[in-house]
Write a protein that binds this ligand. Structure first.
Ligand code: HEM
Ligand code: SF4
Length: 550
């Protein structure tokens, strides 16, 4: 876990004081709404449908138990006792009072947290693989690189007013769990034959109004040049990105307009001025950051304990289910990562109460060396659990309502806040999520369906990643009425694809029935071991369409 040094702490503390003064002057009427807007958004403060919303950064999804505990306290003290984990691994508070925000930021600073650049047209919170540092398929641990990007991007004087927001995702594993192909910049760290770290750089991916898969700008950038190369990309974007039209301002539009070859040429031209300059990374600079990410002193787990765990898993059906879906292999034998599902019918996906935050923090201390991760699927992960303690953890999670054994199934859907909270929404999304969860709660059925990603957004901004859901649901507005458009075949990961629209949209109450028909087509058509996505890719949209609109 990265710990702030005095520079980090001073910067964050000074920012709190600065914002406190800005807020005071705003509340006294000395700053207009218009003047206040850029000041508040760069501190994560939105003005939303019913109340302000504060978005708190969780850099690359890493969270210490003491930080989660503090987040729970903040949610209880200043909000309605819960928070919402988002697809960018941030935590949102939906009901803070405007005048309390400086105090909230001060509380966050006390645990090395902030809300800086979680909004605005700047470089946003960098996200990564939730299993970074422990994944068995990892070639390079992305965390130090993410931290270097964080230090470079936070308060970067040149990139505070970009044409539009800018999002970077990083992976160092064989399997991309960070959706790098649908980010403004995606970075894949890998090792060449000599064992040297290299970086594949993608640019121009993104969801929202014009969804696009990113293009490769550079296959094999030597790590020393990470920051100078990123700087060159940002400069090209800052200079040539469109500022005349908000809807055409993202880097994906620029990359498309120029073509990837011309875009690359401009980046390389810009890079020529920066390459080997002062921001070039050295072994010492990287080591100084990497030193923060030391492995915990894990107790040794013997083969007997591992065998006992496997036996228990086979004998206890309910526990076995939990393990199959929520427990992931770890690079160290005898250890596992355990995913806590934040998808329960009675709560919005991603919501956690203050009491649960406190309890989860305790579990992280007790079972996982005080560390957690937030996933872009809106779940939490305990990264280092010894196999001889998983059953106990499972029971404790069950008491908290967090042991839903459905991670990766249809019930683990992603959902944005939609019309219940978001002022940009065309339709509600949470009730759709709930009606689907209600309809498909039979565990045997969910298991039989296998891996299935269903993603819901309340408008075309695509905060719920509907374009990359195997089944995507998008809220649309037609003459003031809410409808839902369904798309199929989207996917994240190594072979990212954008979903195709099935046809005319549906009333909300019809959505679960439509999903049911889609599943029936899949179950009828699949070959053994074929996932929903495989079947869709083999048979295409037509059979699904025929069934649904029959
Ligand atoms: C205050 C509420 C929110 C507002 C005003 C908002 C606004 C937007 C807008 C305007 C876009 C479209 C960007 C574009 O096309 O250029 C967008 C995309 C996105 N938002 Fe939100 N959003 C909100 C809440 C959320 C939440 C709750 C999440 C996570 C659950 C989220 C995560 C994302 C993601 C991942 C994208 C994807 C598109 C991309 O970056 O290419 N946002 N949002
Ligand atoms: S997708 Fe639309 S409705 Fe949902 S959170 Fe984003 S902006 Fe709001």
């Amino acid at each position: 876990m990265y710990r702030y040094d005095t520079h980090d702490q001073t910067l964050v503390d000074e920012r709190v004081a600065q914002f406190r003064d800005q807020m005071r002057r705003y509340l006294e009427g000395k700053i207009s709404d218009e003047e206040f807007l850029p000041l508040r958004v760069q501190n994560g403060l939105y003005v939303q449908r019913y109340a302000p919303m504060l978005r708190i950064a969780i850099p690359y999804g890493m969270l210490a138990a003491y930080q989660l505990r503090k987040l729970g306290e903040i949610a209880a003290r200043y909000d309605r006792g819960y928070g919402h984990f988002t697809t960018r691994t941030n935590l949102q508070l939906n009901w803070p009072k405007m005048e309390d925000v400086p105090d909230i930021l001060a509380d966050l600073a006390s645990v090395q947290m902030h809300a800086i650049q979680t909004s605005g047209n700047d470089i946003r919170n960098t996200s990564t693989d939730q299993f970074s540092g422990i994944a068995a398929d990892e070639q390079v641990d992305p965390r130090p690189w993410c931290e270097l990007i964080r230090q470079w991007s936070t308060f970067h004087p040149e990139f505070a007013y970009l044409p539009r927001k800018f999002k970077i995702a990083v992976t160092g594993a064989e399997e991309d769990r960070a959706a790098i192909q649908v980010h403004d910049v995606g970075l894949r760290f890998w090792r060449d034959d000599a064992g040297e770290v290299r970086v594949k750089v993608l640019a121009g991916g993104g969801l929202g109004r014009t969804p696009m898969i990113g293009n490769t700008v550079c296959e094999d950038l030597p790590w020393q040049h990470l920051l100078t190369y990123l700087e060159a990309i940002l400069r090209v974007y800052n200079q040539f990105g469109r500022r005349d039209n908000k809807f055409k301002a993202r880097i994906k539009i620029l990359v498309k307009a120029l073509g990837i070859d011309e875009f690359r040429r401009r980046v390389e031209e810009e890079w020529a001025h920066l390459k080997d300059g002062p921001q070039t990374l050295t072994d010492e600079a990287v080591a100084a950051v990497a030193d923060h990410f030391v492995d915990p002193e894990r107790r040794e787990i013997g083969t007997e304990a591992i065998e006992a765990y496997e036996t228990l898993r086979a004998d206890n059906r309910a526990f076995g289910r939990f393990v199959t879906n929520n427990v992931t292999d770890h690079k160290v034998p005898g250890y596992k990562a355990v995913t806590l599902s934040l998808k329960r019918r009675e709560h919005s996906p991603g919501d956690v109460t203050s009491e649960q935050m406190a309890a989860i923090a305790d579990l992280a201390d007790e079972f996982s060396y005080g560390e957690l991760r937030v996933t872009h699927e809106q779940n939490l992960v305990l990264t280092d659990v010894a196999v001889d303690r998983i059953e106990e953890l499972w029971q404790r999670l069950d008491e908290l309502g967090l042991a839903n054994p459905t991670v990766g199934t249809l019930a683990d859907l992603i959902c944005c806040p939609g019309g219940d909270y978001c002022s940009l929404a065309n339709a509600k999304s949470i009730p759709v999520a709930q009606s689907i969860q209600e309809r498909f709660e039979d565990l045997d059925f969910l298991y039989d369906l296998g891996p299935l990603e269903l993603n819901i957004s309340g408008c075309m901004n695509a905060c719920g990643h509907h374009h990359v859901g195997h089944i995507g649901i998008l809220g649309v507005d037609k003459k003031g009425e809410e409808y839902y458009q369904i798309s199929l075949g989207g996917s994240q990961g190594n072979e990212s694809s954008l979903g195709k629209i099935l046809g005319p949209s549906f009333y909300r109450e019809d959505v679960p029935g439509v999903i049911d028909k889609l599943l029936q087509v899949y179950v009828g058509e699949r070959t053994p071991d074929e996932t929903f996505l495989d079947t869709y890719r083999r048979i295409g949209l037509k059979p699904f369409k025929e069934r649904v609109y029959a």
